[in-house]
Design a protein around this ligand. Structure first.
Ligand code: AMP
Length: 397
């Protein structure tokens, strides 16, 4: 089966053509500068081709993607008929979606209903969906939501302690994000440990970071909230913050709530703490090694907050069996994993320094006598989207 995985942003569109059973990627690429001029980067194995192609809208980007996939020189398929299904990443499924779903008119309406919750992403995701539906009307399309995995959280985890009407009338609650990654890693952890009933915390640590408390494969709690701003400090996001900070800054600096939120989303996190030096952990580690105290603090704050959440989730789950690290920093950040696990020695977490010296490879890094198995598990959101898509399309046949 060939699944085309589409991740449409406001001016870009990423694609991968893959086999959901084997995970083999036959081609992948990126359409950029949609609505400006248009640029396509297409990769087949190690071969890369770049082309300037006019892309006034997402429709031309999808058309360019399908054309290059069938191209005599750079293509991997002979006809669009060889694409069995399309899987779309959709950021916010609100309370409408607790699972991936086949896209029809009703699903489109429900995704539109979630636009107020995901105002930056959902409209772009919809543009990708609409473009594919019009160009490939006979190919089944599936929506896979970043929020859906978290819909198993109990009310005590997802409700905010504010008056009920904001939940009932406005759907204000914790949703959580990176759900496709958390779901993928939870499944991989089950396969790697041979367990089906177990408690784990997954640390998805990248430029955006979130953590999830997972019991028997189901999400029980997660760090991000109504938006991806909440939780641990991130590359440029503050993470959890007292709402009164917003009021204070807006009043003191005479800026709007939107301007303040922009600062909290784009100029904060480890970038803010390092005095604007970098949001990239490699730069911060280099700065800290050179004695830059702001970099030291940025890293220490990050390690501390990640470890605190593991402790909180271990309490929420009444103990954990498995701790997993994934995404850019989780997969590659040797120092991050070591620092976080040092905090967790009180609960019997022990890692092997040599095994931990690994980047981007599935590895059990805990010692045999550790009370918690600690794994590095590379995430693969595209494969999870392709697998969900295949499952749903096959079930509908
Ligand atoms: P992601 O958002 O998952 O793509 O993760 C991106 C982040 O991973 C970057 O901002 C880097 O800070 C981090 N990263 C990538 N490679 C390394 C590395 N070798 N050591 C530490 N952090 C890394």
């Amino acid at each position: 089966m060939n699944v085309l995985v589409i991740n449409a942003g406001s001016s870009s569109l990423k694609y991968q053509l893959m086999n959901p059973e084997t995970g083999d990627v036959s081609a992948k690429g990126l359409c950029e500068r949609i609505g400006i001029d248009g640029r396509l980067t297409h990769k087949v194995g190690d071969k890369k081709v770049e082309k300037d192609i006019a892309m006034p809208t997402h429709s031309e980007a999808i058309a360019a993607t399908l054309a290059i996939l069938q191209d005599a020189e750079h293509g991997v398929i002979k006809s669009v008929e060889e694409i069995d299904a399309v899987g779309h990443r959709v950021v916010h499924g609100g309370m409408e979606f607790s699972d991936s779903c086949l896209i029809d008119d009703a699903a489109i309406k429900a995704i539109e209903k979630c636009i107020p919750l995901g105002p930056l992403h959902n409209p772009a995701n919809l543009m990708g969906i609409e473009a594919c539906r019009s160009i490939m009307p006979n190919t089944p399309q599936v929506a896979v939501f970043d929020t859906a995995f978290h819909m198993t959280m109990p009310a005590k985890a997802y409700r905010y302690a504010i008056p009920t009407n904001y939940y009932e009338d406005d759907n204000i609650r914790r949703y959580g994000f990176h759900g496709t990654s958390h779901k993928y890693v939870a499944r991989r952890a089950a396969a790697l440990t041979g367990k089906t009933e177990f408690k784990m915390v997954n640390c998805h640590l990248g430029n955006g970071s979130s953590m999830a408390a997972i019991k028997d494969g189901k999400c029980m709690d997660t760090t991000m909230g109504l938006s991806p701003l909440a939780g641990v400090p991130m590359g440029t996001r503050s993470g959890d913050i007292d709402a009164c900070v917003v009021q204070f800054i807006c009043n003191k600096h005479n800026i709007s709530v939107d301007e303040c939120l922009n600062m909290l989303n784009k100029k904060s996190g480890v970038l803010g703490l390092s005095n604007g030096l970098s949001s990239d952990f490699r730069d911060l580690e280099a700065g800290a090694a050179d004695g830059n105290e702001a970099c030291v603090l940025a890293l220490e704050k990050f390690y501390y907050e990640v470890a605190k959440y593991v402790g909180a989730y271990a309490a929420a789950l009444n103990g954990i069996d498995v701790l997993t690290f994934t995404a850019g920093v989780g997969e590659n950040g040797v120092a991050t994993r070591q620092a976080v696990c040092e905090y967790l020695s009180f609960m019997g977490v022990k890692i092997d320094a040599e095994k931990n010296n690994v980047r981007g490879k599935k590895t059990l890094i805990s010692t045999p006598d550790s009370k918690v198995q600690v794994w590095v598990i590379p995430t693969n959101e595209e494969l999870m989207i392709a697998q969900d898509t295949a499952e749903i399309v096959n079930a509908a046949k």
